[in-house]
Ligand binder design. Structure first.
Ligand code: ATP
Ligand code: MG
Length: 419
């Protein structure tokens, strides 16, 4: 038996497009990691009627509903009254929560407006969830089929309370099956072609489940296995991965658990290999993603954004004759950029990008989407060219960053400097 979960993101800012719902993405990932099967995410505004309908429906379908937002002190914060309406009773006042709110405000030398009292009101049957990092306490309450957790919208508070309250609840559910994940990262085929190749694995209800997600040209085959023990779930995922591998030709360049830049960072750290970037068309995006990872300074030496020809020469030591002869978007220049970055930033491994991201700048022999990659390891280097589909500037650049990470993983995996 699996625990099904739904996520309810509440707030006018979300439905009006002023704010991106990052809470749902974070929650989905964490809940899935801890064995819940997230079946649906709903985003709804502060208007009471649609909010009540969305909450009631989610609570009728799922075992666990995590709601974020709308538990603040203002009139547009309606999560608690809507939950009370579904529970069919009045809100009650929790004196202890009120004391905690007053203390929190006094400690920060802030006045305590009377409207804060609403934050100490809870629906019938609710358990108060203390908020150690903010004013608004959350609550949990059994509504219909579900255990509803109502958490603050502020990401830091939501995350802390998920760790403190939701995950222990999840872990305590009997019948919860350990879950394991495994990802195969694929570059090369279209999503449709890959889907055809592994169609036999993708029918609904297969155990372990197999799915494909596509992002910036990167295809991720996600295997999710559930079994009686964590070891059995892992073994089931591995067995499915072993069946998939022979179908993937040389498309699959890495395996592990995503996202890709984290995997790359972990591999670099494990190998202790120092790395540097020389980025032209990707403009520092590869460096930005890699430096998302705390602790990456142990191996990431730095990156040079060398956009103008002169910058490629001055910052990376690329011979201007090479640029004159082959053009800035060329394999010899890409290789020279990588060698220059490796030397100047004293990295064992360097990857360079130079390409035409569009919309202008393309030509018959170098159309928009042409990107050359250079890889240097020690004194050795190589380069290759990709013709990335011209699906817009952002796509070309993002796809090129994926290629940078793929190139690192291939190189670390020991296929020398071969592609
Ligand atoms: P507060 O006590 O701060 O009012 P609240 O529970 O009422 O908490 P909201 O007012 O809905 O929460 O949101 C507070 C802030 O948290 C928002 O302005 C926004 O910055 C952030 N936030 C809310 N919901 C989300 C979400 N789904 N994704 C990302 N950020 C969010
Ligand atoms: Mg609010």
């Amino acid at each position: 038996m699996t625990i099904t979960a739904e996520i309810l993101s509440i707030g006018d800012e979300l439905v009006h497009g002023a704010l991106l719902d990052t809470n749902a993405r974070w929650l989905a990932r964490v809940l899935e990691e801890h064995g819940a099967a997230v079946a649906r995410m709903t985003v709804v505004g502060d208007e009471p009627a649609p909010l009540q309908a969305a909450m009631a429906d989610a609570c009728a379908r799922a075992d666990l509903v995590v709601a974020t937002g709308g538990i603040g002190p203002t009139l547009d914060d309606r999560t608690r009254e809507v939950a009370a309406a579904i529970a069919g009773g009045p809100l009650w006042f929790d004196a202890e929560s009120w004391r905690a709110i007053e203390e929190y405000m006094h400690a920060r030398r802030r006045p305590v407006p009377a409207s804060n009292r609403t934050q100490a009101m809870f629906p019938p049957g609710a358990t108060v969830l203390p908020n150690p990092v903010g004013t608004a306490p959350g609550f949990r309450v059994r509504l219909r089929r579900a255990e509803l957790f109502a958490l603050p919208g502020v990401p830091r508070e939501m995350q802390r309370m998920t760790a403190d309250q939701v995950l222990p609840w999840l872990a305590a559910q009997s019948g919860r099956q350990p879950v394991a994940h495994h990802c195969l990262f694929v570059l090369g085929p279209s999503e449709a072609l890959l889907g055809e190749r592994i169609a036999a694995f993708m029918h609904a209800g297969r155990e372990p489940a197999v799915g494909i997600t596509a992002s910036a040209g990167l295809l991720t085959i996600r295997i999710v296995g559930r079994a009686g023990s964590a070891a059995a779930a892992t073994a089931a995922c591995e067995a499915t991965a072993a069946e998939l591998r022979p179908l993937l030709d040389d498309w699959c360049f890495a395996e592990g658990s995503g996202p890709l830049h984290e995997l790359v960072g972990r591999r670099l750290l494990a190998a202790g290999t120092t790395v540097a970037f020389a980025e032209s068309c990707t403009g520092g995006l590869a460096a930005a993603q890699l430096t998302d990872l705390p602790g990456i300074s142990a191996v990431f030496r730095g990156g040079v954004v060398a956009y103008a020809d002169a910058a490629k020469t001055e910052l990376l030591g690329v011979d201007p004759d090479l640029i004159r002869q082959h053009g800035a978007v060329s394999e010899p220049v890409a290789a020279a950029m990588a060698l220059g970055a490796a030397r100047r930033l004293q990295a064992e491994l360097a990857v360079a990008t130079t390409g035409i991201a569009g919309p202008g700048g393309g030509s018959a022999d170098k159309p928009v989407g042409t990107v050359c990659f250079g890889i240097a390891r020690g004194a050795a280097s190589r380069a290759y060219t990709l013709r990335i589909a011209d699906l817009g500037r952002a796509f070309v650049r993002d796809r090129a960053v994926m290629e940078v990470f793929a190139a690192i993983l291939r190189t670390l995996a020991g296929d020398g400097l071969a592609r």
